[in-house]
Design a protein around this ligand. Sequence first.
Ligand SMILES: Cc1cc2nc3c(=O)[nH]c(=O)nc-3n(C[C@H](O)[C@H](O)[C@H](O)COP(=O)(O)O)c2cc1C
Length: 197
Amino acid sequence: MSLDQPAGRQPDHPVAPQFPGRWSPRSFTDRALSEAEVMSLLEAARWAPSASNHQPWRLVWALRGEAAFEAIFACLTGNNPLWAGKAAVLFAVVSKDTVTNREGAEARNRTAGFDTGAAWMSLALQAEAMGLAAHAMGGFDVDRLAAAIHLPEGHTLHCVVAVGEQGSADALPDALREREKPSGRKPLEEIARRGRL
Ligand SMILES: Cc1cc2nc3c(=O)[nH]c(=O)nc-3n(C[C@H](O)[C@H](O)[C@H](O)COP(=O)(O)O)c2cc1C
C-alpha cells in the first residue's frame, strides 16, 4: 500500500490506491475544465455495470460560467452554496427508473439507483485519475432542480456532483476550513460479515 495516503486513510488490508486516495474536498482552484475532460468523466460513468445493461444513469452537466451551471448551483442547500460555485463543472446525477418490458409497457427498474451509484463512483475515480476531485452533494432543493434540468416523469434525482482541481483549504470560509480533511471509515467487521448479518 502506498505510504503517501492522507492521514486517516490508511486501509487495514491491501487495496488499489485509488480507493483510499479518493476523497471529497470542498476547495477548488480556478482551473476550468475543457469539454474533452468532461467527456472523459462521462465516458467513465458510461462504462459502469448495470442490471441487464439497461444503463439507467442520466447526467446533466454544465461548466462554470454557463447559465445551466448557475441554474444547478442555485438549487444547492445547506453549506453547499458556500463552496460548490468554484467547481469547474457540476453534474446532476439522475436515474431513469423504468424500462420497456416485452409487452411494451414501462416497468419499474428496481436496480436503477444502485446502477446509477456505480456510474457516479466511476466518474469520481476517473476524476481522481485525472488529478481532479469530485464531491457529491445530496443537499439540494429537489423540486427546484427537477424544474431546472427538465427532469422527465419516471426519473429520480440522486445528487449533484462538483468536479474541479483541488484548491487550498485556506481559500475556504472559516466554517469549512476545519472540515477540509479526508474522513476515516467504519471497521470492516461492522460492514461485512461472513455468511449472515
Ligand atoms: C449521495 C451523497 C450525498 C452527499 N451530500 C453531501 C452534501 O450535500 N454536502 C457535502 O458537503 N458533502 C456531501 N457528501 C459527501 C460525503 O459527506 C462524503 O462522501 C463522506 O463524508 C465520505 O467522505 P469522502 O468522500 O471524503 O471519503 C455526499 C456524498 C454522497 C455520496
